[in-house]
Design a protein around this ligand. Structure first.
Ligand SMILES: Nc1nc2c(ncn2[C@@H]2O[C@H](COP(=O)(O)OP(=O)(O)OP(=O)(O)O)[C@@H](O)[C@H]2O)c(=O)[nH]1
Ligand SMILES: [Mg+2]
Length: 328
């Protein structure tokens, strides 16, 4: 189970980070035997403290972000869609560089102050050190900003367990996918009358005889090639590609979703061609408004008609999942 986003701490801006380091240093006053001794002790302590704050805070950021080379493909690709793996690696590299540079400057100025024999030189060196770390930290302002934004996006990622039998609910926008997940599981997704209400992958679970089943809610898909899909749709594509032991394809034959039945069935056809090995249950929703003569499973996700029959059908297909035998 992956829980990346939540363990990433708040990312400070470069100004906030410098304020934090200087504030720590400003609280330090030490006394020595002579004026020179006092100046040296105080400056050494201030430089140690501020350098340590910068280095430890920056390294904490680097370690908190997921190591994208080792993680599961689904999450790596999802991170790529949401924030971009290359920019993320570049910014983490810059932060790591800055942390090392701050440590290097800290060592250099501690050494120079230890060797100095004059109070004014000591004060001058300390001020020079502050100037240099300020300049180094300012150079990564954009990277810190980017990491802050990335963290906010990654925090919204759901906890999806890739080891549990999983049905992915897919279909056009506004057909009732989230409404169905709400009826079938413990999930409480946003449901609304407009398309693209669901902007990211969501997850819900239900249990039957000690066996947990996972349902994945996806953003609506339009009927178009992958390269034309936006970041919202691409998340649905990734969920289908990496998570689905079963696809529940939801059709709205009433067309109140705003999409014609023909275009919905065309998407279903593309999906079958793209993922021929994944079983698909075709469901028609909104029977409370009207029903077709097809022999598909028919439900009303709104009032619950047919939903328990659909649950049984989902469990029957997922019973064949290899993940099931390894779990119980
Ligand atoms: N009458 C009726 N309305 C339904 C039914 N299921 C869903 N709706 C309504 O259809 C609208 C869309 O439902 P959602 O569950 O948000 O649809 P979605 O497929 O998740 O939409 P996106 O997240 O935008 O892709 C909402 O206003 C629901 O209340 C149903 O069985 N009957
Ligand atoms: Mg939805």
């Amino acid at each position: 189970m992956i829980d990346w986003g939540r363990k990433i701490p708040t990312i400070l801006t470069s100004k906030e980070l410098l304020d934090k380091a200087f504030h720590k240093a400003s609280k330090i006053t030490l006394r020595g035997n002579t004026r020179l001794d006092t100046a040296k002790k105080t400056s050494l302590a201030k430089i140690s403290a501020s350098g340590d704050v910068l280095n430890s805070t920056l390294m904490k950021y680097v370690k908190a972000f997921p190591n994208l080379d080792r993680k599961e493909e689904f999450y790596s690709e999802l991170v790529d869609v949401l924030v971009g793996v290359d920019p993320l690696k570049k910014s983490l590299g810059a932060v790591s560089w800055c942390a090392k540079k701050c440590s290097g400057l800290q060592r250099e100025y501690l050494r120079r102050i230890r060797w100095s024999k004059d109070v004014t030189v000591v004060d001058h060196l300390r001020i020079e050190y502050y100037g240099r770390i300020s300049s180094v930290v300012s150079q990564i302002s954009k990277d810190l900003e980017f990491l802050g934004e990335s963290r906010n996006k990654l925090r919204k990622l759901p906890n999806i367990d890739t080891g549990i039998p999983t049905a992915v609910i897919a279909g056009f926008p506004n057909v009732g996918k989230s409404q169905l997940i709400e009826k079938l599981s413990n999930a409480r997704p946003a449901i609304a009358v407009y398309p693209f209400t669901t902007k990211g992958v969501g997850v819900g679970h239900f249990t039957n005889r000690w066996q947990t089943f996972q349902l994945v809610d996806t953003p609506g898909l339009l009927d178009r090639p992958l390269e034309e899909r936006n970041a919202i749709e691409r998340q649905a594509v990734l969920a289908i590609k990496y998570l689905a032991d079963l696809i529940v394809f939801m059709i709205d034959p009433t067309e109140t979703s705003g999409y014609s039945i023909d275009i919905q069935l065309h998407l279903l056809g593309s999906l079958k061609e793209w993922m021929p090995e994944v079983p698909i249950i075709e469901v028609e929703n909104k029977v409370d408004l009207g029903r077709s003569t097809s022999d598909r499973i028919k439900i009303s996700a709104l009032d619950g008609e047919g939903v328990e029959e659909l649950r049984v059908a989902i469990m029957e297909v997922l019973a064949a999942s290899p993940k099931l035998s390894s779990e119980v």
